[in-house]
Design a binder for this molecule. Structure first.
Ligand SMILES: Cc1ncc(C[n+]2csc(CCOP(=O)(O)OP(=O)(O)O)c2C)c(N)n1
Ligand SMILES: [Mg+2]
Length: 589
């Protein structure tokens, strides 16, 4: 890939043109907090805190999730007086999950926490964002430089662990890049570099802001050095030519759409390619909802032994599999039961391109997909397996039948439309909802690879904040819900109309399938009474299909309201997908 460096002396982000190059050095001064949002002010007048806020806005960030603390309180206040909206959560891991879900839906997200107790509490959530390529800008406060003692002194300031750099070093392992803004001269350039990297790599970045640097206005601004990455034109042309030839010669090509298509905003490009060439499309579980699941060329989820048999057969017998933006994770590949030999495979991601055994370097994923669509290779006509909407058959409610997970998902499926976001926590919530048929612009958000329990409720918050115009439906296991369910409090406080379905099977059902024991039992809560405790929303209990149907209909016909449906399920009830997967997993625990 060719990289050109923007060294024109100012930010080189999506809205770089909005920033005039600095014309004169400004003295160090204390900036007024109310000024943080004034876009007419020249960059040279801005303090480090103000510049960071302005640049977050340039990247399309409108909300920052967080919990304040004294090391970040002044910056927090600056945020509160800026055009960005602060979303206070109940605890920092929830901040991380919410910012992650927001980033997945909005394209990029941000969080702001205090040092040590705050920063180290978001680590697991940020690790998940790294693993699943979600660009979250982590901002942490830190002790002021002037508080840190002189000549090797090391005052024991509260929230500190070991060295001043300890927290940054932890984040080095789980972020694309980290910076401590300790040098005013390079601070703006560092902010530009990290935001650019987050947007390009779709990975979290970490910015640590010592509290006495927030108001510092740099004396001089060093030029930004954000690389402009482009495809190597010759490598691109050759790769497109080889791929197009293979597709045209193949008997049954198939696209396997992966999660990166979503992260890089390439959904429409993949549809354009599939339609121009009449290629069938499957997706992986991480890539679910990348392509509308009612599209005529869509055949269903592929997941090796975990997926629907006819989809598995179609994909594995294909003589030209085109994996686009697909991460080859164990969950996506049905615990490696997938059979995809490389010589029949084209595999393009943001990190590499392989066609059969040929490796191409310097070809961007978006250029490859667009180039292929423009080449319009024609796939041979053939019969496709029915899409999931047809394969599942019609649904008829049995009002008195005890509720089961498969039937719950079937009923939920009837109510989805293209104005819905489905958030799934892990456990059978993930596997069962993978059987939903996601429509149109519907989003499906789930930590399907990193699989951290407790993602669901805060992620529903992040999703609802990012897209208040859509209806968010969360499905969470009772175990996962007990981890972060109190974040409902923020949904209630902000009057966000989320429908929360808690799958109550009195414990860790997924683990019961692998290795049963009393360690999988949890204390059963009266989940339906939480709205009363939290001061808003309506609780429901559903033991039969009829009760679930009524609760869901009520919830969906009450657009401004928060609803929590406790779905009581038998202990030994599992979705088809989980049962198929468990058979594979049992051999490994
Ligand atoms: C943070 C975290 N801790 C532990 C696990 C291991 N784990 C995977 S599934 C599971 C049980 C999930 O229980 P629940 O949320 O009730 O869903 P169910 O399996 O009952 O559908 C556990 C403990 C995990 N994935 N994430
Ligand atoms: Mg459970």
């Amino acid at each position: 890939m060719s990289e050109s460096i923007d060294t024109n002396g100012h930010a080189a982000g999506p809205d770089a043109a909005a920033h005039p190059a600095p014309s004169r050095p400004a003295p160090i001064a204390t900036a007024t907090r109310a000024a943080a949002g004034e876009r007419h002010r020249s960059v040279t007048e801005l303090s480090i805190g103000e510049y960071l806020i302005r640049r977050l806005g340039d990247y399309g960030i409108r909300h920052v999730f967080g919990v304040p603390g004294d090391y970040v309180l002044h910056f927090y206040d600056m945020l509160a007086h800026s055009p960005l909206e602060l979303v206070n959560c109940t605890r920092e891991d929830c901040v991380g999950y919410a910012a992650d879900a927001y980033a997945r839906i909005n394209g990029i997200g941000s969080l702001c926490v205090t040092y040590g107790v705050g920063g180290l509490s978001v680590v697991n959530a940020v690790a998940g964002a790294f693993a699943e390529k979600s660009p979250v800008v982590v901002i942490s406060g830190a002790p002021g430089l002037r508080e840190r003692g002189e000549r090797g002194e090391r005052p024991l300031l509260h929230h500190c662990v070991r060295d001043w750099s300890t927290q940054r070093e932890v984040f080095e392992k789980i972020c694309a890049a980290c910076v401590e803004l300790t040098d005013a001269d390079t601070a703006f350039r560092d902010i530009d570099r990290l935001l650019d990297l987050a947007a390009r790599s779709k990975r979290p970045v970490y910015i640590e802001l010592p509290r006495d640097m927030v108001d510092v206005v740099p004396e001089s601004i060093r030029p930004s050095a954000c690389p402009r990455v482009r495809s190597d034109p010759e490598a691109l042309a050759e790769a497109v030519r080889e791929a197009a030839e293979r597709i045209a010669e193949a008997e049954a090509p198939v696209i396997i759409a992966g999660v990166e298509l979503h992260r890089f905003g390439l959904q429409a490009d993949v549809i354009a390619l599939a339609e121009a060439s009449q290629i069938a499309v499957a997706s992986t579980i991480m890539g679910k909802s990348v392509v509308s699941e009612v599209h005529p060329l869509y055949i269903g989820l592929y997941g090796g032994g975990m997926g629907r048999e006819e989809v598995t057969r179609f994909v594995e017998s294909s003589d030209c599999r085109i994996l686009l933006g697909t991460l080859m994770t164990d969950i996506d590949l049905g615990i490696f039961t997938a059979k995809l030999d490389p010589w029949r495979t084209i595999h393009a991601t943001s990190e590499g391109l392989q066609i059969s055994h040929h490796h191409y370097h310097g070809v961007l994923l978006e250029d490859f997909i667009r180039g292929l669509a423009a080449a319009r290779p024609k796939a041979k006509p053939r019969v496709l397996p029915p899409g999931p909407a047809v394969a599942r058959g019609p649904f008829r409610l049995e009002p008195d039948a005890p509720l089961t997970i498969s039937r719950l998902v079937r009923r939920l499926d009837e109510s989805l439309d293209d104005r819905t976001v489905v958030v799934a926590d892990i456990g059978d919530a993930l596997f069962a909802t993978s059987e939903l048929v996601i429509r149109g612009q519907t989003e499906y958000v789930s930590p399907a690879y990193y699989t951290s329990m407790g993602f669901g409720v805060p992620a529903a918050l992040g999703a609802a904040v990012a897209r208040p115009d859509l209806r968010v439906i969360l499905v969470a296991g009772d175990g996962a819900f007990q981890m972060t369910g109190m974040e409902l409090s923020t949904l209630v406080a902000r009057k966000l109309p989320v429908v929360v379905i808690v799958l109550d099977n009195a414990g860790y059902g997924t683990e019961r399938l692998l290795q049963d024991g009393t360690f999988n039992d949890i204390n059963v809560w009266a989940y339906e009474r939480l709205p009363e405790v939290l001061g808003g929303g309506t609780g429901h209990v559903a033991r039969t299909e009829g009760e679930f149907d009524r609760a869901l209909s009520l919830a969906l016909s009450d657009p401004p309201g928060l609803h929590l449906i406790r779905a009581c399920l038998p202990r030994d009830d599992f979705s088809n997908t989980l049962q198929r997967l468990a058979r594979k997993l049992q051999t490994r625990v």
